[in-house]
Design a binder for this molecule. Structure first.
Ligand code: GUN
Length: 281
């Protein structure tokens, strides 16, 4: 059976490391503060935001919570971001996505000062990652790199295939694997002979958004399989983009859903907040 990559355990380890770091920083008079903005009351967003605030409290990061009504105008939201950009005590600003349709998401992302862009979504952050300069990195792909490294999986020289090209996962994932000297292929809904391409992968990252789409026909024997998806199946149970029971017997390592990639996203967000505070000093 394959190595099960335990994201719950690895994220807990990272959170312990951060807790110690935040304690030491406090002793040096440096505090860490994340501002979390949610517009509207989308239930899934409320759960994510709640989890982020809980993680902050656990690690010793102050969280400022802005729960704005659905009718908030773009100008009002941009004005709040402008104020938070100026505040010296705020190290990170996060606007939970999606925002309501009347607000231009890209304008909101651009308004966040890059030095407080702990989500790593600002064009300057993405550009810096692309050309190998310092900047915040999108949390889910950064978490996947940590999962691989902390599980003793080598990336350099490996064939890495990503299924999905989103701005939040697929594209930054490609840049990070490239930075680690992987050989990277990005596939998407228009890729011809997808199975043939994915079967070349030593490391396969599935970020497709379709429950259990990736069966063993997509996977080379002995590959490492990373599952970014999270869905509810017909029995209301959580499942990923990968058909775990079908794929696990043929791969060398795999992330489960839940307890794989999911918990790493928040751990890396916390890491970015701590880094932001440390860099400001
Ligand atoms: N919505 C879903 N995932 C994320 C995320 O990582 N950051 C933000 N800001 N919104 C999201």
């Amino acid at each position: 059976m394959p190595q099960i990559i335990n994201g719950k355990e690895i994220s807990a380890q990272i959170k312990e490391e951060l807790k110690d770091k935040v304690k030491a920083m406090k002793e040096d008079g440096i505090s860490v503060c994340l501002a979390v903005i949610q517009v509207g009351d989308d239930p899934a967003s409320s759960v994510y935001v709640g989890n982020k605030k809980k993680a902050c409290a656990y690690i010793g990061i102050t969280s400022l919570s802005y729960e704005l009504p659905e009718e908030t105008t773009q100008e009002e939201l941009l004005a709040l971001i402008g104020e938070l950009n100026k505040r010296k005590d705020v190290n990170g600003i996060l606007v939970q996505l999606p925002v309501p349709a009347h607000i231009d998401k890209d304008a909101v992302i651009r308004a966040i000062a890059p030095e407080k862009d702990v989500d790593g979504f600002h064009p300057q952050s993405v550009g810096a990652l692309c050309i190998g300069q310092e900047g915040f990195v999108s949390c889910t792909p950064a978490g996947i790199i940590q999962l691989l490294k902390r599980s003793g999986i080598e990336i350099a020289g490996k064939e890495c295939v990503i299924i999905g090209r989103s701005n939040i996962v697929g594209k930054p994932m490609a840049l990070l694997l490239l930075r680690e000297n992987g050989t990277v292929t990005v596939t998407h809904s228009g890729t011809k002979d997808l199975k043939e391409v994915t079967r070349r992968a030593d490391i396969l990252v599935a970020a497709v958004g379709k429950p259990k789409m990736i069966t063993r026909e997509y996977v080379k024997e002995g590959a490492v399989v990373i599952d970014v998806g999270i869905h509810r199946n017909e029995n209301n149970k959580l499942c990923g983009d990968v058909d775990y029971d079908d794929v696990a017997p043929v791969c060398s390592a795999i992330t489960p859903v839940p307890g794989g990639v999911g918990p790493m996203t928040i751990a890396m967000l916390m890491n970015n907040c701590v880094e932001s505070a440390a860099l400001r000093q």
